[in-house]
Design a protein around this ligand. Structure first.
Ligand SMILES: C[S@@+](CC[C@H](N)C(=O)[O-])C[C@H]1O[C@@H](n2cnc3c(N)ncnc32)[C@H](O)[C@@H]1O
Length: 335
C-alpha cells in the first residue's frame, strides 16, 4: 500500500515551444531548432528547417498521402488550413482535386507559391495569406484538410481553427481530414532527461541551486520513449471530433494500474489522429515521427509496484483567437 500525493500545476503562456527542451540527437550531430538560438522570434514556421523536419518525416507524409488518396474524389474542392510549404495541397491535387484553397498565416506561403509554380500547379491553387479564422472563401469545400497537430495534440490552436473551418467552409456531407484527434497519456520512468534536466539542479561551487528544480518541472521535454519506459498502459484522455464538438476547456481524470515495478518520474503524452477510416497517425513510443513523445516530469519520483493504482488528472485550456494562451495542469495521486 502506498500513500502519496503530488500536485503540479503549470501554465504555458504565449508560445509553448519556448518551454520545450528539444533533443534531436542523431549520430553525433545535433540539429538545432531556431528557437533555441533566437527564442524571441515569434513564428517558428518562418524557418525552412522547421518545415524540413515535417516534410521529411516519412511516417507523417506517407500516412497523409494514403488518407488523401482514400478521401479525395475527382473534382473535389479542398481547403488546406495552414498549408505551410503547400505539400498537402499538392498531394490533394495529385489525387484528383479540382481546386485547393491554401490558407497560411506565416511567410511560408511565399515558398508554397514558388513550389506550386515550379511544379505547374499554380492555376489550381488559390493562396490566402491569412489566419483561417479571419479568411472568407468564395465557395464551400468538400474536404477540409489540415496538419495543425502539436506534440501534445492541441497546443498550436488546432481546435478552434478546425471548428471554425467546419462551420464556415465545409459542405454538409463534407469530410474533415483529420476528423478526430486524441491525447494519449501513460505513466513513465524516464531515464535520460530527468537526470539531465531535473536532477542536475544541486549545489554549484557551494551555492544551493535546488530552487531551479521547481522551475525545471514546469517544462515539457521531447523524448524518445520506448515501450519499456512505460509504467502503465496508455489511456486516451481527450478525444476531439471536429465534426460535432466544440469544447475549449478539457478536463478529465483516469486511474492507471502500474504494470511493472519502477521509479515513476512523470507522465508521457502523445497524440493519435484519425486521418481516415483506415489511417491512424500516432506519435506514440512505437512510432518514428518527428513529434516524438512529450515528457512532463514530477518534482519527486515515486517508487511504484505492480498493480498500484495511480490517478492522473489533467486540465487543458485551449488557445483561442481572443486568448492566445495554452494552459496545462496536471496532478498525480497514488493510493
Ligand atoms: C504543422 S505546420 C504544417 C504545414 C503543412 N500543412 C505541412 O503539412 O507540411 C502548421 C502550419 O499551419 C499554420 N497555421 C496554424 N494555424 C493556422 C491558422 N489558423 N490559419 C492559417 N495558418 C495556420 C502555421 O503557420 C504552419 O505553417
Amino acid at each position: 500500500m502506498i500513500n502519496f500525493t503530488v500536485s503540479i500545476i503549470f501554465g504555458l503562456t504565449t508560445n509553448f515551444y519556448y518551454n520545450i527542451y528539444i533533443k534531436f540527437e542523431k549520430k553525433n550531430t545535433k540539429l538545432i531548432d531556431p528557437t533555441e538560438l533566437f527564442p524571441e522570434i515569434p513564428n517558428i514556421y518562418d524557418f525552412p528547417s522547421v518545415h524540413a523536419g515535417m516534410l521529411y518525416d516519412n511516417e507523417r507524409v506517407e500516412k497523409y498521402n494514403k488518407a488523401i488518396k482514400e478521401i479525395i474524389k475527382p473534382g473535389d474542392v479542398v481547403v488546406d488550413i495552414g498549408t505551410g510549404t503547400g505539400l498537402l495541397a499538392f498531394l490533394c491535387l495529385k489525387a484528383g482535386a479540382k481546386r485547393v484553397h491554401a490558407i497560411e498565416r506565416s511567410s511560408a506561403i511565399d515558398w508554397a507559391k514558388q513550389i506550386a509554380a515550379k511544379n505547374g500547379l499554380s492555376d489550381k491553387i488559390i493562396f490566402h495569406n491569412k489566419d483561417s479564422r479571419e479568411c472568407d472563401l468564395p465557395e464551400k469545400v468538400n474536404v477540409v484538410i489540415s496538419e495543425l497537430i502539436g506534440h501534445i495534440a492541441f497546443e498550436e490552436g488546432m481546435a478552434e481553427s478546425l471548428f471554425d473551418a467546419k462551420e464556415r467552409f465545409l459542405v454538409e456531407d463534407g469530410v474533415m481530414l483529420p476528423e478526430r484527434v486524441e491525447l494519449k497519456v501513460a505513466l513513465v520512468e524516464e531515464t535520460e532527461i530527468y537526470k539531465e534536466c531535473v536532477e542536475c539542479w544541486q549545489d554549484i561551487e557551494g551555492v544551493d541551486y535546488s530552487f531551479m528544480r521547481e522551475e525545471a518541472i514546469k517544462s515539457f521535454y521531447l523524448s524518445d520513449l520506448s515501450d519499456y519506459d512505460l509504467l502503465s498502459e496508455p489511456q486516451s484522455f481527450f478525444r476531439t471530433n471536429f465534426r460535432n464538438e466544440q469544447r475549449m476547456h478539457l478536463h478529465n481524470s483516469h486511474m492507471f494500474k502500474i504494470c511493472r515495478p519502477g521509479r515513476l518520474n512523470g507522465i508521457a503524452l502523445w497524440f493519435e489522429a484519425c486521418l481516415s477510416s483506415n489511417v491512424i497517425l500516432s506519435s506514440g513510443p512505437l512510432a518514428q515521427t518527428h513529434w516524438k513523445q512529450c515528457f512532463a516530469p514530477i518534482a519527486t519520483p515515486i517508487i511504484v509496484n505492480m498493480s498500484d493504482n495511480i490517478n492522473v488528472k489533467i486540465d487543458l485550456e485551449l488557445r483561442t483567437k481572443e486568448k492566445d494562451m495554452f494552459n496545462f495542469n496536471f496532478s498525480i495521486n497514488g493510493e
